[in-house]
Design a protein around this ligand. Structure first.
Ligand code: ZN
Length: 166
């Protein structure tokens, strides 16, 4: 394979690669193919099944005891496919709060409730694209709960909410 930078022939090695491209400084990919250019220093890592890798990293992170680090919070948020604004809406916080959670230097930790919510969202497996997140953003502590009538109807596909109004 030719180096994309200088066209020199690259040398392939099987080695461990520190996957800092993920935004996580401590992830090492074991025994992957890495092409090296000895002329300009370019390296090309071939990562099989990158989607599966990211899922496995996410599932491993949420099983770690103790608190999530800012770069881990950022990785999980991105894995869910959420922008910073989406994340803020899901958690019911200001976007600046998300920035603080994800900034390494600031050190202002995410609250325990928000971290549990994030871990559960990741554990659930996939971002739910059709979930109305604006509805979450509207939930506030000074609202009084009011339980309305919930009519459920059996359909071929399963139970669905319906209206009693004729
Ligand atoms: Zn090169």
């Amino acid at each position: 394979m030719k180096c994309p930078q200088c066209r020199n022939e690259m040398i392939r090695r099987i080695e461990n690669h520190r996957y800092s491209e993920s935004g996580l400084p401590n992830v090492v990919l074991v025994g992957v193919e890495v092409e090296h250019c000895e002329q300009c220093g370019e390296i090309l890592v071939s990562i099989p099944n990158i989607e599966g890798l990211h899922r496995a990293i996410a599932m491993t992170l949420i099983r770690h005891p103790g608190r999530l680090a800012p770069n881990e919070i950022r990785f999980l948020r991105k894995w869910l496919g959420w922008s910073g604004v989406d994340f803020a809406k899901h958690m019911g916080v200001a976007p600046e709060t998300v920035s603080r959670w994800e900034s390494v230097d600031n050190g202002k930790a995410m609250g325990g409730t928000a971290e549990r919510l994030l871990r559960l969202a990741v554990a659930h497996g996939q971002p739910t694209d059709d979930y109305p997140i604006d509805l979450l953003a509207e939930i506030s502590d000074d609202q009084v709960p009011k339980a309305g009538l919930l009519a459920m109807k059996p359909e071929r596909s399963g139970w669905v909410p319906t209206s009693l109004a004729a």
